[in-house]
Design a protein. Structure first.
Length: 386
């Protein structure tokens, strides 16, 4: 039986859409975001609400394909489909959008989306994280701050930025604490519940209320651990899921893994632990500190992306992982190419089984994924019970 607080988190899916409507009607400014490279602290510093935008379900993809290629990443098609059909309340009520140049498909999609809403595009440096890249990214932070000051006719001071940094750091710390509960063996929380708690967080209008809810979830799960109540058994294969982001509606691989007998204990992807790993230095110049934190994100669009391998290694060790599954959305070329490097690292350096799954948002290949997953898990079960 899942923790009771998860019922409240489930209910937020409906509540948050009402909250964003009420905030808009009350005159609050709303900034729509798509990516963890987007510095949510800057909108917070101008008393705006940074909110994640829809892009994790199959529903609007058919509408998007009237303008976008069919052989495009489902995340891009879903995001654009929601935008042109007005079926995402967070997009609908956003005053401005923040885009980022993480991949070619998204850049061209943003050109079309910019005709619907005012948009600011941050030019992400994609070379090694050297001083030149940091200077360029710091300058992009300044441009975004200037853009919001002009749009919302309000000054963003360093003190306001520092307050926003402290709030988002607090949110990251509490989410990291939630994730780390699953370093316990056996895991006390299902990967599906961990994903949902992380996904819903991005749509919260009130961050402090969201933090308080996760604190109550942690307290409940810690109490369950003391009573010996877990989501899985001691011998359940423990999986680290890496690769493309997963959200409510695009969780089919995660769901199949757990339905097939695995415990997904760590979500390394950018919708999971990746954004939580590094906090912002609260003692430094806030714009520089923001630039340093966000450019450190180990995304496949970066070269070189050794930080991803380092994070996988640390999570494998801390979470006592038995195998790694790499999820790649169809036509996500950077993650697909990088999977070769990750595969070699996991198998040759970490000595663990590795499985890559390339798919889209539809359910057409669920049976095939289930067959591959069950065969993958069988090898681990034999080793665990030997």
């Amino acid at each position: 039986m899942r923790p009771k607080v998860m019922e409240e988190i489930e209910e937020l899916r409906g509540i948050n859409s009402l909250n964003i409507k009420e905030a808009h009607e009350a005159g609050k400014k709303i900034v729509g975001l798509y990516c963890i490279f987007s510095p949510q602290e800057i909108p917070l510093a101008v008393d705006a609400i940074p909110v994640s935008l829809c892009g994790t379900t199959q529903d609007p993809i058919g509408d998007a394909e009237r303008e976008l290629p069919r052989n495009l990443c489902p995340l891009i098609k879903s995001s654009y489909g929601y935008a042109i059909t007005d079926t995402c309340p967070y997009f609908y009520f956003s005053d401005v959008l923040l885009a980022e140049t993480t991949c070619d498909g998204k850049k061209k999609m943003y050109e079309l989306m910019g005709k619907i809403k005012p948009m600011h595009v941050m030019n992400l440096p994609q070379t090694a994280k050297d001083d030149d890249s940091l200077d360029m990214w710091r300058n992009e932070m300044i441009k975004f701050r200037n853009f919001l000051e002009k749009e919302f006719k309000s000054e963003i001071t360093d003190d306001k930025l520092r307050d926003a940094i402290k709030l988002v750091n607090k949110e990251r710390v509490i989410m990291k604490k939630l994730h780390k509960l699953n370093s316990h063996k056996p895991a006390p929380l299902a990967g599906m519940d961990m994903m949902l708690a992380q996904h819903i967080k991005g749509f919260n209008v009130d961050k402090r209320a969201g933090i308080e809810l996760i604190e109550r979830l942690i307290a409940e799960v810690e109490g369950r651990i003391k009573k010996g109540i877990y989501a899985f058994s001691e011998n359940t294969p423990r999986i680290l899921l890496t690769g493309c982001p997963v959200g409510n509606g695009s969780e089919k691989v995660l769901k199949v893994l757990e339905e097939s007998g695995a415990s997904v204990v760590a979500l390394e992807n950018c919708s999971g632990y990746k954004d939580l790993d590094i906090l912002i230095d609260e003692t430094k110049d806030p714009i520089t500190a923001l630039a340093k934190k966000y450019i450190s994100t180990p995304c496949s669009c970066m070269i070189n992306n050794n930080g991803r391998l380092d994070l996988i290694k640390r999570l494998v060790e801390e979470y006592k992982v038995d195998g790694v599954v790499d999820l790649t959305w169809q036509a996500c070329h950077t993650y697909n190419i990088e999977s070769y490097t990750v595969s070699n690292f996991v198998k040759d350096v970490l000595g663990l089984p590795f499985l890559q799954i390339e798919t889209d948002y539809s359910d057409s290949d669920v049976g095939q994924i289930k067959v591959r997953t069950e065969a993958f898990l069988e090898t681990m079960v034999s080793a665990i019970t030997a």
